[in-house]
Design a binder for this molecule. Sequence first.
Ligand code: GLA
Length: 746
Amino acid sequence: MKASNLIKVNETNFEFHLTNKSISYVFRVLENSKQLEHLYYGKNIHHSSSFDYLIERESRPANNLYEDNHTSSFEHTKQEYPSFGTTDFREPAFLIKNPAGDKITHFAYEDYTVLEGKPKIEGLPATYTELDSEAETLCIHLKDIYTDLKLNLYYTIYKDHPVITRRSEFINVGSQNHFLESAMSMSIDFPEDNFELLHLNGAWARENHVSREPLTVGKKSLSSARGASGPVNNPFLALVREETTEHSGEAYGFSFVYSGNFKAQVEVNTYNVSRVMMGINPFNFSWKLEPNETFSTPEVVMVYSDKGLNKMSQTYHNLYRSRLARGKWRDTDRPILINSWEATYYDFNEDKILDIAKQSAELGIELFVLDDGWFGQRDTDDGSLGNWTVDKRKLPNGLNVLSEKIHDLGMKFGLWFEPEMVSKDTKIFKENPNWVIHVPGKNVSHGRNQYILDFSNPDVVNNLFNQMDNILSDVKIEYIKWDMNRYISEAYSSHLNADRQGELFHRYILGVYSLFERLQEKYPDILFESCAGGGGRFDPGMLYYSPQIWASDDTDAIERLKIQYGTSMVYPLSSIGSHVSEIPNHQVGRNTPIETRANVAFFGTFGYELDITKLSSEEKNIVSEQIAFFKKYRTLIHSGNFYRLKSPFNSNEVGWMVVSQNRTEALIGYYQVLSQPNAPYERLKLKGLDENKKYKVSPGNEIRYGNDLENIGLLFSQNNHKRKSSYWSQNNKSDFNSRILHIEEV
Ligand code: GLA
């Protein structure tokens, strides 16, 4: 046995045990075929010099690999990275078309390496380490016994997080081409089906709603084939126990660090085995692997929690905000912004913008974001995308002067781009028809009157880099909102040969990542916020490039309860773009109090998206208090631990809170959707406090012990006879009421 901190190898029986203080992951090399058998993943177990006791083997009437052997069926062996075509008929982790046309491979173990820290994946976003001591990486080297293909499986285990990341790498060391038809990032066979599946799904304006259902025999696939991770399914799933709640029970999370087409699937067979796999969607995918080429899959981040969903989420939050998000803004307080979109849409001029900016600055807002409509001649959504030059009709003095004037007001300046798109009325479209994704001679569908640039073509990426660079090198810009408002159809690239068309979707997203890389290398101080018609590309891949992401075009406070609650399942509050907008709400027509709109938006990256000049002086006073409040607490909100307390998916009341890492301070958000007559008393039981510490609860200044607040909770009653006994304000007879409470150790 070789001693290592986190990766223990039983050299004689070829067993690998990745373990830290919370988790264990065990697999081995099979004696006969030298393929990999999965043995265990879950709560940490003691290391043993032999994990023989985890092997399940029985003679079965099945296809078996070897003659005179009835226990060599992969249908009955838990696997690490299953192949297809021999003895397992379930969906495999990969599929390769060999030069002869067959799809049979046999990747046999050769050796392994252990690395301190975590190697980068060329061209792809991934979690990282800052110090090598934060993690160890195991790489298992396998080789196809029939061809010159090699396969590397990477496993990184973090020291202080219950996290293992996985990915794979195919290398062609031969002289002939192979075609990858599927290359998932990971697969795991759980020896039971006693789980429920939890996932996030939705659509435009109702992203990341939480669904949960028992597993049954068969396959359940969550996927995207639209060229972005999309709003329909988030690239995430969790297996949880029937009894798992927010705060107790097991949860296994799987999150994909990728922004393109993905598949996340659970397949349960009739032997109660649950196979989870995640990776690039094999549908419509193929990759020509030429001699000396390597194909790297993106990574999957696996989190284990034995303390419920909330602990799983906190693990993702901690890891993603500190070891996925990067750059200056990772740890810097995010500016409170005002965005022009719902304030003016396309209809603005310099005076109007400066008017909004001036009044925003007076109220304490720190960043002005000029959204869509500043370039070309864009008065509606039917033109000018791809012509990233300022519209002198609206801004006759140009962006430079506007930016200077905004800076003179003491604000930062931000700008909206939609780099991946093009409109028909632009030079770039007319001069380069083949830069548009479409099949020559066949109809091309539009989305919002726009077409998609072929980001698999480096010339296209160059063009966009140059156009954006022209502006960024000239104008003082501290923030970019990178939008993407339609999905890829008629997927075909004039840049790729016929036998490489299956590569388009992946190459497209690699092109998007490369443009981010180039811009960020040259402009490391710019804060990026990504967006895709709201939360249509809210995924860990984007989080690597933009520490905040616009969560939804739906800015209604009540709708946002669900969207932000669901988004927090994986993503930290510091990533969730959330704004106060005007009423009636532009998406749903609802009138909610301005207090509630802010009380929801505080639990994200806070900002405003309305015409602030139209607010009454009373409303402006409220706004200025909200801004002062957020400035005071944003560090707590963005660096604390988030606890979901009451779910909008099954309750009229919603509660959540964020607790400082040292548990001396907390903020609680409590929301009532509809007012009810003669309602029961509601108690909100808190979480994450130190049970023996005394805390002051404000408003009210009541002093309570942590365990009292956790076990008894705060009383919210409808009619407030005794001021001190309820945490509602005096009059709670209204819909959409809300309350923020502050808790501080005394
Ligand atoms: C998308 C975004 C919005 C806004 C508009 C502008 O819908 O999600 O926030 O930027 O585009 O066209």
